[in-house]
Design a protein around this ligand. Sequence first.
Ligand code: XMP
Ligand code: MG
Length: 183
Amino acid sequence: MDASDLGNDLTQVLLDEAAIDTKVRELAAQIDADYAGKDLLLVGVLKGALMVMADLSRAMSGPVEMDWMAVSSYGAGTKSSGVVRIMKDLDRDITGRHVLVVEDILDSGLTLSWLLRNLRSRGPASVEVCTFLRKPDALKVQVEPRYVGYDIPNEFVVGYGLDYAEKYRNLRVVGTLAPHVYS
Ligand code: XMP
Ligand code: MG
């Protein structure tokens, strides 16, 4: 879906396809270099990370392994509750593995900080985070991702995997949703 299909649902396009593509390639090159010679496991956080995982992993040079977790902290609203539930756990043991968590967005940080604690308790060799987007002004708990695509303003965004009530994930750009859509 392109932004032009949306009528006035978006107030602004923050990142167009070119901006997304450029950044994904940059991140992939950095990750390739940093993990050269290491056995890397990419852990995508469903469902938001699906687009960045697809693009990032294909921009990387090695045959990386992927696994997925689904956690829930938002319900149908637009604010993190801080209560995290594992809806789908990893398929494989991560003991001794180099894990890179791939996230769509770091907002309050509540979900990721919980997830990192959970993953670190499983005895991996390392756990780092690659988040495509970050809202620095929304951060409530300390989370320091090794890789960040773009810092964005503290507004609810959709597209490139990010949803509102499960819609808009297939939007090719990242944009801010018009208030009339959710009020
Ligand atoms: P927190 O606040 O715990 O966010 O860092 C965790 C997850 O919530 C989703 N999220 C968003 N989804 N637009 C969305 O469509 C947003 O602006 C937004 N902020 C947070 C996202 O899945 C993130 O991983
Ligand atoms: Mg997410």
